[in-house]
Structures are given as structure tokens and as C-alpha cells.
Design a protein around this ligand. Structure first.
Ligand SMILES: Nc1ncnc2c1ncn2[C@@H]1O[C@H](COP(=O)(O)OP(=O)(O)O)[C@@H](O)[C@H]1O
Ligand SMILES: [Mg+2]
Length: 366
């Protein structure tokens, strides 16, 4: 997949900007606050329906404006997609794919795939479990419409059960009213656990491969933590814990409480990792994401590398570039890469631009 062109109007500090990307490497450079990350957020919105920096899309609208526009042209093996997003302070976000309104997430996901590597996402290794669930939910939803559907069904049912818990507490409904949600929740929950287990097993293999290729010395592993059970056990568990759920006003048992531990030299990175280790750990997760998406969909995502080479020593930078080039050779497809930096020389030294036939550079000013 490749993004060819991008237009932005009133997005963060961009009044009106236009970009035309290389099928190889495009470097966007400029000082901090010049709007580099914003360009990648825009591309991610067209690909995934959301920024990676915020879950409140309205934040992207320039503070002096009421609405913003993003337009992009993508190519995937002969197929050309025109994707447009409008975000309005009043009516929220609307996305059009080839002129038609996108009503369902599944119609957008998996079409023009990007993998983002940004310091804005460091919470995947540093933050609470929800950050890691979001990371994996995103990947699995991109490669599997069934996963997306199950996840949406589960989240919807969980919300309904949680509001039923509160209503029961306030005597607005009967116990039977709550119990109508038990079976559907257990059904979706068990399915979701099943799919997560399956995909996680495959992801682990590719993660181990990426780590080994990157640096044989690194010992890293991911552990999927969950309390999965079959549907009947699930229902039993919900019934047993109903008193606690009523007190809390929310459901405690289920895949919405899963976690994934990233282990680094046998220890949980979240608690013990140094800055550098966190950064590397995220890079390896993202490279595994690239491998995983390629394996499951056959498509090569566009890589969005936000400030990647910043605060990373030259040898590390070169290793990443070498790994990407190996991936290109093995898969036989070029990886379109869009990289932002404050320091152009740093990117040049990494070798990212040298072996590629085509590259382009943009300079942004504050
Ligand atoms: N909604 C907004 N309206 C106007 N300016 C914004 C908005 N959101 C962020 N900005 C500004 O836009 C700039 C863009 O930031 P960013 O894309 O993160 O820059 P970079 O990645 O180049 O450091 C920053 O200077 C920020 O203060
Ligand atoms: Mg930035």
C-alpha cells in the first residue's frame, strides 16, 4: 500500500498543506512544534479512523476554526482509494471512501494500512493495561473483520450490563433485567478470548523473529495474561461475583481486564525498563506488527516513523534500517516509509535514504 497525496486544511497548526509522498522514503523535517506529528496523525485518521495521539478527534481541529478537512489518495495493487475526513466541532467526524460515507468501521479498516512508530505511543510499554489492549485490538481488528465484530459486540454488551448494574442498584430494574445480559456477554467474551489467544500465539512467533533479527543478544518475550474460560464457567463466574459488581457498578470479570506483559531480560519492562529499553521494546513490537499484518493480509503497510531516530544511537538506527531492508528483500515489496525528524543528518546517517531509489524531503516551518 502507498499513500500518494495528502491535503490538510485547519488541522492543528496546518492552515493549508499539501504533500506528495515517495513510494520509497519521504522525510518530513522541521523544528519541534512545526506540525510533523500532525501530518502522521492525519494519515492515521484516513487509515484507521482515529489519531494515535488522542482519542478525541476534535482536538485536531485548529483552535481558531470550526472544522478541518483531510484528503488522501492511496494506491494498493492497482486499486486507488480516495479517502476524505471532515471533523466538525459540532457534528464530529465523518469519513468518505471514494465519495461514499463510511458508516461502519469495518469498511475502512484493513484497506490502507499503516504502522505507526511514535514516542506519543510509548504508553504501550509504560502505561496501564488498557494501552496494550488497544495496541493489540487495533492490529487484530485490522487483520480480521471477525475480531472487530466480536470486539464491538463485547464492548456494547459490557456497557449494557454495566448500566443494568447501576439501574438494579437503584431498584429501577429487577435481577432478571440484569441477567438478560449475562449470556450474551459470556458468548462474546469467550469468543474474544479465543480469538485473542489464537492471534497472540502467531504474534509471539513474529515478535521473537523480529527481536532475533534485530539483535541476537536481546531477550524479550510477550506474555498474554487473561482469565479465559468457557461459556458456562463464564456465566457461573458472573453470577458468583454479582455482589461485588453491584457495589462497583461495573463488571469485573472478562477480556476487558486482560493484560499483555512485555518482558525484557526476564523482567517486566513496565516496572524495570530504562528509557532506552522502553524505546527499543516499542520498536520491536511495531516491527512485529508490520510482519504480522503482512503475514495475515498479504499487504505491506506504510510505515510512519515519528521522530524515530531521535535519541537513538547510530548503531541502533542502522540496525532498524537493515532489518527493514531485509524485510523488503524477503517479501519482494518495498515498504513505503514516511519519517519525521528535527535532524535531517541523523536520518541520512542511518542509511534509510541511501539504498532506496526514490526519496523526497519536506521542510516544515513553525
Ligand atoms: N488544535 C490545535 N490548533 C492549533 N495549533 C495546535 C493544535 N494542536 C496542536 N497545535 C500546535 O501545532 C503544532 C503541531 O504539533 P506537532 O505536530 O506535534 O509538531 P511536531 O511533531 O513537529 O513537534 C504544535 O506547535 C502545537 O502547539
Ligand atoms: Mg512530533
Amino acid at each position: 500500500m502507498a499513500i500518494h497525496r495528502l491535503n490538510l486544511i485547519s488541522l492543528r497548526n496546518h492552515k493549508e498543506s499539501e504533500f506528495s509522498f515517495s513510494p520509497g522514503v519521504t522525510v518530513i523535517w522541521g523544528e519541534n512544534g512545526s506540525g510533523k506529528t500532525a501530518v502522521l496523525e492525519a494519515i492515521n485518521t484516513l487509515s484507521f479512523g482515529q489519531s494515535f495521539k488522542t482519542h478525541r478527534q476534535r482536538e485536531l481541529i485548529n483552535t481558531e476554526k470550526k472544522e478541518l478537512f483531510i484528503r488522501g489518495e492511496f494506491f494498493t495493487r492497482g486499486q486507488e482509494d480516495h479517502v476524505a475526513a471532515k471533523i466538525s466541532k459540532i457534528s464530529g467526524q465523518a469519513i468518505k471512501l471514494n465519495g461514499k460515507n463510511v458508516h461502519k468501521r469495518k469498511d475502512l479498516l484493513g484497506r490502507n494500512i499503516v504502522v505507526v512508530l511514535s514516542p506519543e505511543e510509548q504508553d504501550i510499554t509504560k502505561g496501564p493495561p488498557i494501552e496494550r489492549r488497544k495496541f493489540f485490538d487495533r492490529i487484530f481488528s485490522i487483520v480480521s473483520p471477525e475480531y472487530l465484530k466480536t470486539l464491538q459486540g463485547y464492548s456494547r454488551t459490557l456497557k449494557q450490563r454495566n448500566s443494568a448494574l447501576i439501574q438494579l442498584r437503584e431498584n429501577k430494574i429487577t435481577k432478571e433485567g440484569l441477567e438478560t445480559w449475562t449470556r450474551p456477554l459470556a458468548l462474546y467474551g469467550t469468543r474474544l478470548w479465543g480469538l485473542r489467544c489464537k492471534f497472540m500465539t502467531d504474534f509471539k512467533v513474529l515478535h521473537a523473529k523480529a527481536s532475533k533479527q534485530y539483535d541476537r543478544e536481546i531477550k524479550t518475550e510477550i506474555i498474554y495474561q487473561h482469565h479465559g474460560n468457557n461459556q458456562e464457567e463464564y456465566i457461573e463466574k458472573l453470577e458468583k461475583t454479582i455482589k461485588r459488581d453491584l457495589v462497583l457498578g461495573r463488571t469485573e470479570h472478562g477480556p476487558h481486564r486482560d493484560d499483555v506483559l512485555a518482558m525484557w531480560s526476564g523482567r517486566n519492562i513496565k516496572t524495570f525498563g530504562s528509557q532506552g529499553e522502553h524505546k527499543l521494546c516499542l520498536i520491536l513490537l511495531k516491527l512485529a506488527e508490520l510482519f504480522f499484518i503482512k503475514e495475515k493480509t498479504g499487504k505491506t503497510p506504510t510505515l510512519l516513523l515519528d521522530d524515530l531516530f531521535d535519541k537513538l544511537d547510530l548503531d541502533r538506527c542502522k540496525s532498524i534500517v537493515r532489518l527493514l531492508q531485509e524485510f523488503e528483500t524477503v517479501s519482494g515489496h518495498p515498504v513505503q516509509t514516511i519519517v519525521t525528524t528535527t535532524d535531517l543528518i541523523n536520518v541520512e546517517q542511518s542509511g534509510l535514504m541511501s539504498n532506496i531509489h526514490d526519496h523526497r524531503t519536506y521542510h516544515l516551518e513553525r
